[in-house]
Each structure stands twice: as C-alpha cells, then as structure tokens.
Write a protein that binds this ligand. Sequence first.
Ligand SMILES: [Zn+2]
Length: 111
Amino acid sequence: MPDLPPRRRTLIVLLSWAHARGHLVQVGCGFQAGVRYYVPDDLIRLFGDVDVQSLERKMKCGRCGRGDNVEVDLRLPSAAERQRMTIRRLVDIRVKRIPVWRDDAPQNSDP
Ligand SMILES: [Zn+2]
C-alpha cells in the first residue's frame, strides 16, 4: 500500500444525496491524467445507494482497468460548466452468462 494522505472528508455522502443536489461524481485514476464524470443516479443503478467514497474500492479505471488507485470526488458544476463537460452515461447493464459445469461419472452398480 502506498502512503496516502488522510482523507479530508470523513462524512458519509450517499449517491442519492449527491444526485438530488445536482452533483456529478468525478472519478480519476492515479495512473493517468484526466478524470471522468458520472451522474450519481447511473452509479446507483450499478452499486446501489452507497457512500460516494466507497466507490474508490468498487470502481475501476475506464482506461487502464486498474482499481487500486481510483480517486472519487463530488463536483457541483454550474449549468454553463455542465454544458461543456463530457459526462459518461450508463447505457445498459449487460449480464455476463457464465457456464457452470458438473461431471456426471458413470454410476457403478456393482459393489
Ligand atoms: Zn487508469
């Protein structure tokens, strides 16, 4: 574990709280420059109405796929700012079909 400075915010902030107040969730990755913005309601569909800070452990970087250095924060953009921002919206949730197999060995009826 790298040495991280203590987080400033210790309050629990739920995604529903952030959504109701027009916040966006800003997600960055310590391995890359740049951040992405998400609508809290989209994240509720994926993770449930969880504490915003807990997303740092749940989300992965959309670019490098790593989840060990994700930084999550809230942004409250003005209407004009929001017009200029690229916001990552949830289009669909696909469920991956994973086969589960069992080997049925022939039954030995003779003792
Ligand atoms: Zn990354």
